[in-house]
Ligand binder design. Sequence first.
Ligand code: SF4
Ligand code: SF4
Length: 315
Amino acid sequence: MLKSLGIRVTRKCNSRCLICHLWKEQATGREVSASQYKKLFSQPEFQEVEEFFISGGEAFLRKDIEQIIKTILRSMPKVTKFLLTTNGTSPLKAAELFKKLNKNQQIKTLRLAVSLEGDGVTNKKIRGIDSYNSALLTLKLCRAAAPRLQTVILTTLTHLNCNRRSLNHIKKIAVQTGSAFSFRPFYNSVYHYNHEKRLEFSGKQKALVVDFIKNCGSDDPFLKAQGEYLKTGKMPLMDKCLAGNIFADVRPDGSVYPCFNSTREIGNVAKGVYVKKIKDLGQHEQCPCCDEACFHPMFCWPPKTIKNNFSRIGN
Ligand code: SF4
Ligand code: SF4
């Protein structure tokens, strides 16, 4: 039974990231409406879902984002955990949305993830636009608007920001904004990463990240798993992957995939989830996966972890 969903509401984006090709696409593809989300998520196979995250592209480019979230929440009454990821370019819209979500009784755990790649110069180099200040403002305004909000800074490590200065900068901003932080190495996924540039980091940089993870004071299991992955090439959390079983990835046109790194459709708005059991996981997926989108909300950030994480980073 599905318990966790990643829902990508648009392929449009106003960033120009080196790590991604979504913004270069002329055709942005079909986006399903709130009423189509209602049709999809009211199906029996979604009735045990307990958490979902909204992502894009950039979710705030959808004018109906608030309506979409409310519709999805109503369609899946067992959901109690909600996360939205943003590139941080719409601080006012984000604060307005989280002010409302703060009052929503159904959501017991309310989370916001904002992308940041290092200091202002590094962030601009990787994100292609000057989003550093607006990302910080997004964190500040949203936390003020929604006192129970948990925030996290997400970073994609490339050879440009895989250095102690950038990692320490991100950690510093996390402390200053009361946020957790998390990162993963750049890799070319089937969904949205840049297939043109070589952005991977070197063996020396890899060792630096492993050391940073060991000493950063975070007890986030995802970061620990990343350290293992970088050391051994094996992702421990993905040994018995439950993609398509416990979690699924919903694309902007309403099609359902087992995970972010899959090319096989298992459902859509018209038919619901029509592949009930996957027997050959890995045949159409990019395994092993090292992307937080597939399991981060599910396995990481339980309230205890994030509380410890805050205090340990903060002290
Ligand atoms: S990585 Fe995210 S923020 Fe950057 S261009 Fe792609 S979708 Fe937009
Ligand atoms: S890429 Fe493979 S390991 Fe990663 S989530 Fe998908 S099926 Fe699981």
